[in-house]
Design a protein around this ligand. Structure first.
Ligand SMILES: O=C(O)c1cc(C(=O)O)c2c(n1)C(=O)C(=O)c1cc(C(=O)O)[nH]c1-2
Ligand SMILES: [Ca+2]
Length: 579
């Protein structure tokens, strides 16, 4: 099967120092050489794309596992394998970091973060590490950001970014930009005021901190009206920045996503509520907000806008070519935006990619939606809406493939929910207690049409702004981040049948599938060592994907919905057999 030898002894050697670790520089992050996978999404533009093509649509049917490694942990594994010069780093639920030889699966070291024994957060996952210099940075569920020696896994310094006891835990991968490590805490369901913080990579000292909800005297503060029962709603208004952002290195501007309003019911915090459910442009040196685009005002659905838009230059807009921002959002609409190079973001077009019954239309000039108030959650009344609170897609990354000019979107259609909003006057915001304004047992999640499925893979031509193909997964949600490659392949997992699939990028034909030990909800990645291409993905079902699957399986009457999906983290690495 392979030309090297792997024995049980060398697979389990602990704390083997990495020799000749290759320093990660600004230039290397911008270049994003295809052998490596240094950033969670592969490049700063957020593409989830690999130039490698040894594995391609002609030979992918021969793809075979070359090694696996158990993380020995349960729950949702959402981190991509990140590869630097043949060294693989995988972060896990509960914040372990595993450093392995990317060719053999041999362990170098394992860092186990010292989360407090009584830590309890809503999402105990991790979406990856930041690689910068000779260090590896991992955030903790306890709100810390930790700098590890890349060669040994030893912790060198630490910064306290959020306080998990008030609900500010961290699941995001930190993002390295020019000697700073950027990360924001979660907490949109706890009444935490969202922010992004930059830490000096050398000293672990705070470089800057920018709130996503503007305070008094700051632009946008007036969108939090001092009306109703909570005139100071902005103080605990949510807007967590819980996903890694993208970066335009030419313009030197960050593009970041901002999450949902807290509590979910917008009538408890009147106004548009900037910068909730927006993409914001920021200065990486100071954290100053330079521009924004809000997808929907006064977010009341937990639809948020936590995923940063992808940066696509030379995007067609009629006869013109523009610097674009393209993004399928959780609200079920696909957005085409233009960036002016100075931080200003302008609307070009928005189109639904799944059914949304709360937006009647989008203003053709601004994209601002007109709401159907029958489907906008409010306090004291049961309201239903589609797509469900998990959205037309959730955090799993879409992919942009410059060879096909297509964007590949992990979508969920036909799923709706209802709940009765409540005013939680018995709970203090940001006290560490659930503060979304609903009772979880009261949440009803259901299919709009029982006879139809939910999960889809959609391929869209980014210039024509049209769907080219769609694959329907049937009775499962799709929580699979997407990788596309120059080999004309789209890789993705995320369905309850545990399959990892390879699609023909142009036609959508399923070329290969392989059942993993558990459903993989982590991003697949491509890398190369000694001239050979590998595909890596970590399986391990958990958190919202597993929970929603249980709810929908319990309701299913067709017998087609798979209820029993095994858990457990395993890193899988695939390659073509040696010739
Ligand atoms: O508002 C927030 O701060 C926040 C954080 C997170 C998270 O950190 O994982 C999720 C969500 N919201 C959320 O709304 C959501 O649907 C969700 C799914 C997942 C997941 O890991 O599958 N995390 C989160
Ligand atoms: Ca949320």
């Amino acid at each position: 099967m392979s030309s090297y030898s792997v024995s049980a002894a060398n697979l389990t050697t602990l704390n083997k120092k990495i020799e000749n670790y290759k320093t990660v520089t600004h230039t290397r992050l911008i270049e994003a050489a295809p052998e490596d996978w240094l950033l969670p999404k592969g490049n700063y533009e957020g593409w989830m794309y690999s130039k490698l093509k040894e594995i391609n649509s002609k030979n992918v049917s021969k793809l075979t596992p070359v090694w696996t490694y158990s993380t020995n942990l349960d729950s949702g594994h959402e981190a991509p394998a990140q590869i630097n010069n043949g060294v693989m780093f995988v972060s896990t639920p509960y914040n372990n970091v595993i450093a392995l030889n990317a060719k053999t699966g041999q362990l170098y070291w394992r860092y186990k973060h010292d989360n407090p024994y009584d830590l309890s957060v809503m999402h105990n996952t991790s979406r990856g590490v930041a690689l910068w210099g000779d260090k590896v940075y991992v955030a903790g569920l306890d709100g810390t950001l930790n700098a590890l020696d890349a060669a040994t896994g030893e912790r060198l310094c630490q910064s306290q970014i959020g306080d998990w006891s008030i609900g500010a835990y961290i699941t995001s991968a930190p993002t390295p930009v020019k000697g700073k490590i950027l990360v924001g805490p979660s907490g949109g369901e706890y009444g935490v005021r969202g922010f992004l913080e930059a830490m000096d990579a050398e000293t672990c000292e705070t470089a800057w901190k920018t709130y996503s909800v503007p305070g008094p005297g700051e632009a946008g503060h007036e969108t939090w009206k001092k009306e109703g029962k909570r005139p100071d709603a902005w103080k605990y208004g949510g807007g967590s920045m819980w996903m890694p952002g993208n970066y335009d290195a030419d313009e030197d501007i960050l593009y970041w996503g901002v999450g949902n309003g807290s509590p979910w019911l917008g009538d408890q915090r009147p106004g548009d509520n900037l910068y909730v459910a927006s993409s914001i442009a920021m200065d990486p040196d100071t954290g100053k907000i330079k521009g924004h685009y809000q997808y929907h005002y006064n977010d009341s659905w937990d639809w948020a806008a936590m995923n940063a838009p992808m940066l696509i230059d030379g995007l067609k807009d009629g006869e013109k070519k523009v610097k674009g921002l393209v993004s399928p959002q959780r609200n079920g609409y696909m957005y085409w935006l233009e960036r002016d190079g100075k931080g200003k973001i302008e609307y070009l077009e928005g189109k639904p990619f799944v059914a949304n019954n709360a937006f009647k239309s989008l203003d053709p000039k601004t994209g601002r939606p007109t709401y159907d108030y029958d489907h906008v959650p409010v306090t004291g009344k049961r309201v239903s809406y589609c797509p469900s609170l998990w959205g037309g897609k959730n955090w799993p990354y879409e992919s942009y493939n410059p060879d096909t000019g297509m964007m590949y979107v992990p979508a969920n259609d036909n799923i709706c929910n209802s709940f009765k909003g409540k005013f939680q006057d018995d709970v203090e915001p940001a006290s560490g207690q659930f503060w979304a304004g609903i009772d979880i047992p009261d949440l009803d999640v259901y299919l709009a049409d029982q006879s139809k499925g939910v999960g889809q893979m959609q391929a869209w031509d980014v210039n024509k702004r049209e769907k080219v193909w769609q694959h329907d997964y049937g009775k499962t949600m799709n929580w699979g981040p997407v990788l596309s490659t120059a080999g004309n392949i789209v890789f993705s997992a995320g369905t309850n049948d545990r399959m990892l699939r390879a699609f023909d990028a142009k036609t959508g034909e399923v070329l290969w599938e392989f059942p993993l030990n558990s459903t993989a909800i982590a991003p697949p990645v491509a890398y190369e060592v000694d001239g050979k291409q590998y595909i890596a993905i970590t399986a391990g079902y958990g958190v919202d994907p597993h929970w929603t699957n249980g709810v929908l399986a319990a309701k299913d009457k067709s017998g087609e919905w798979i209820a029993d999906v095994p858990e457990g983290g395993v890193i899988w690495v695939f390659a073509l057999p040696d010739a």
